[in-house]
Design a protein around this ligand. Structure first.
Ligand code: ADP
Ligand code: MG
Length: 679
């Protein structure tokens, strides 16, 4: 029987090699492929001269008004010029390097040409001649890669739709579809891929956005509902001990930290199930808040866990906690992917998690593997929350009976959006940075000024400061990233050694290697650390006060803010150099925003304003979960409608018994872990 879960290799033309390439794009099944919508459409509909703008890509139709003139430069280059009478105006059409088109152009002939409009010179830089204009006005453009080309994706989607169109069944209940005027699922998917015109595409998109948000919300709400059925635990922590611990900290908590600690402790103490989001800008001091909560749970006799997205961060947090708890009787363990490779150590560790000898465990997603069993897990904290998916969090929580949950994130998102994204989570926000922090000085330099930055850097190094040098981000190519980082590393070594030492960190290293490099940097064995963006989240080395980001305009604002947040963590003045020759005005605007402010909330706001205006870095930057079609910011209204609707359906006591919910229940069964009960 045909199923949307069939692997893409069932399609004609998909061999083992292209299957791998498709998987790399996140396309494993036929179902995935059908939901791989075009990210934009090329519009070939004929336009009027009066309503097109400079630099717009348009199709113009007219009569050829002059003989075509072909000019060749050298062997490969050529230019083809002719005049075209469009409405009552004569424009110039130019095609570069397509000499064979000369024969197709005849004076007096009617033609439709797609190209880029140069309004100042009344010239169309032709891209192609449309021989059957009007047949299909718009065409989807898909994500592709070196190994899977645009045309291939297009063909496969077509084939998938033809073969599997009839197994596309409804997920959203009919009543909801009627209420929000949504297209039937099959029509929606058809029109997303093969719309007849712009209007059909927008209509389909409206349904697809609702569909995506609704499905996400249904998952979230359903998980929440099962949790609410169970009782939370009461963590009766020892107030005096917690106070004593806070008194041993090397600094006084900021007022904002005190406030959120109180909110968290109050949740712990009550039987209600804590489900709280802790927001705070980079460097606002979330880790110590986490440490206090973890310690509180331990004084109540519970185990607690801290999950982080990277191995470097796990190592760092484990060390920090070890240090903070040095005078207290707390047993901290570290469990990551590298632990897993040391079988004996891991076995020992698992044993002590099970018998309760370990109080606190810090780890990566290695923590959610099936054989990790706790004696009495009371509190789960996730750091850099936005890096984790719903299912991951869910799995983790199931390790305890009903542990309290605290999710920390540095990605500032507007409160309304946070509430919608994280469902009914309570939100705590750290609104200030620790006292005495000097704002990071950020300077944007052109590439030719790189030398000036290096001179400054050397001077600071001579005073004992340390620096990060971030190599350019190459989208979708870890190999290129690596090559770049290695080249920069070699150059800096040549320039600075033996006076200063240079280290290298990149994503291809094994976890243990990365940790060694970080430890060496922390212990000042290196003065400079050349790194790819693996350094991005959470790393805390206060003595590093300089950062140099190469090709900074390749990064999105949120990412630049996270990167820059690696400096400015102590009392000393920190500097950040953005080296960039932006290709367009949005790049320039991004560099300006970064030079003007250090405030994550303002940056997030600017990010949203600049997005959708040609910034292809788009969605990924905002830190909210990755949606494929919907944009939680510009489509906030739809997101809210979908949330309300989902809540109403899921919280209906008859939810599982209503036949109208069959499609939805099937969907949940597929999406959520097998262990979840539907009664
Ligand atoms: P983030 O919120 O980005 O995770 P961290 O928890 O890593 O920030 O804290 C950043 C730095 O600030 C750390 O070096 C930490 O020790 C320090 N810090 C945290 N709270 C305070 C405080 N109240 N006063 C002074 N320094 C603090
Ligand atoms: Mg942090």
């Amino acid at each position: 029987m045909k199923s949307l879960a069939d692997p893409v290799s069932v399609l004609k033309g998909v061999g083992p090699k292209s299957a791998v390439a498709l998987n790399k794009l996140g396309i494993n099944t036929v179902g995935n492929l059908l939901l791989e919508y075009p990210f934009r459409y090329d519009d070939f509909a004929v336009r009027r001269l009066s309503d097109i703008t400079d630099q717009e890509k348009v199709t113009l139709k007219g009569t050829v008004a002059s003989e075509a003139v072909l000019t060749r430069f050298g062997r490969k280059k050529s230019r083809l010029n002719f005049r075209l009478l469009v409405e009552h105006d004569v424009i110039m059409v130019t095609f570069f390097n397509q000499p064979y088109l000369a024969q197709k152009v005849e004076t007096g002939k009617e033609m439709a040409i797609y190209g880029k409009w140069d309004g100042r010179h009344q010239r169309l830089a032709g891209m192609k001649i449309l021989f059957n204009a009007g047949a299909n006005d718009i065409a989807g453009v898909y994500r592709s890669s070196k190994d899977v080309q645009q045309a291939t994706v297009k063909k496969l989607v077509k084939q998938a739709y033809e073969l599997y169109g009839d197994v596309l069944t409804e997920i959203i209940p009919e009543e909801t579809r009627r209420k929000f005027k949504l297209l039937p699922r099959k029509t929606m998917i058809h029109d997303m891929h093969f719309p007849e015109n712009q209007q059909a595409a927008s209509l389909a998109r409206r349904s697809a956005v609702f569909d995506e948000f609704f499905c996400f919300q249904v998952k979230m709400q359903f998980i929440k509902k099962i949790q609410h059925k169970k009782h939370g635990i009461k963590i009766s922590y020892d107030n005096d001990q917690v106070k004593m611990f806070i008194a041993t900290l090397p600094f006084e908590l900021t007022a904002a930290q005190k406030k959120v600690v109180n909110e968290i402790c109050s949740d712990l103490h009550h039987t209600v199930h804590m489900n709280r989001l802790l927001q705070g800008d980079v460097g606002s001091g979330k880790t110590v808040v986490a440490a206090i909560a973890l310690y509180a749970a331990v004084t109540a006799g519970f185990q607690a866990a801290l999950m982080v997205p990277t191995e470097i961060l796990a190592q760092q947090h484990a060390e920090k906690l070890d240090h903070l708890f040095a005078k207290f009787n707390v047993n901290v363990a570290l469990l990551t992917g590298s632990t897993a490779s040391r079988v004996k150590i891991r076995r020992e560790l698992l044993k002590h998690l099970k018998d309760g000898q370990i109080d606190i465990v810090v780890g990566t997603h290695a923590l959610i593997q099936n054989d990790v069993v706790f004696k009495n897990l009371g509190l789960v904290i996730t750091d850099e929350q936005h890096r984790f998916g719903v299912n991951q969090r869910q799995k983790f929580k199931k390790k305890g009976i009903m542990p309290d949950v605290l999710a920390m994130t540095a990605t500032p998102i507007p409160r309304t959006l946070a509430i919608t994204m994280y469902g009914e989570m309570d939100v705590s926000t750290i609104t200030e940075l620790p006292k005495g922090r000097l704002p990071i000085e950020t300077v944007w330099l052109r590439e030719k000024q790189l030398g000036e930055a290096i001179i400054f850097l050397k001077k600071q190094l001579s005073f004992g400061a340390q620096a990060y040098v971030i190599s350019p981000l190459i989208e979708e190519s870890e190999m290129m990233d690596l090559k770049n980082a290695e080249e920069i590393f070699a150059k800096l070594k040549k320039q600075l050694e033996p006076e200063y030492h240079v280290g290298l960190l990149h994503g291809r290293m094994k976890g243990s290697e990365k940790n060694e490099v970080m430890a060496a940097f922390k212990n000042k064995k290196f003065d400079i650390l050349v790194s790819t963006t693996v350094i991005e989240v959470g790393v805390d080395i206060p003595n590093a006060t300089m950062m140099l980001i190469l090709d900074a305009d390749r990064f999105g604002l949120a990412q630049l803010h996270q990167l820059r947040g690696r400096v400015g963590r102590g009392k000393k003045q920190s500097y950040c150099f953005l080296i960039a020759d932006p290709k367009n005005e949005y790049g320039v605007a991004r560099m300006k925003v970064m030079s003007e402010t250090n405030d994550g909330f303002i940056i997030a706001q600017k990010d949203l304003e600049l997005r959708g205006q040609g910034d292809i870095l788009g969605n990924k930057q905002s830190g909210v979960p990755d949606f494929k079609v919907g944009d939680p910011v510009t489509d906030l209204r739809i997101l809210q409608a979908a949330q309300q609707e989902a809540a109403q359906i899921i919280n209906d006591p008859e939810f599982t018994h209503k036949s109208t919910n069959k499609g939805l229940i099937n969907y949940l069964r597929h999406e959520l872990d097998k262990g979840i009960s539907f009664d």
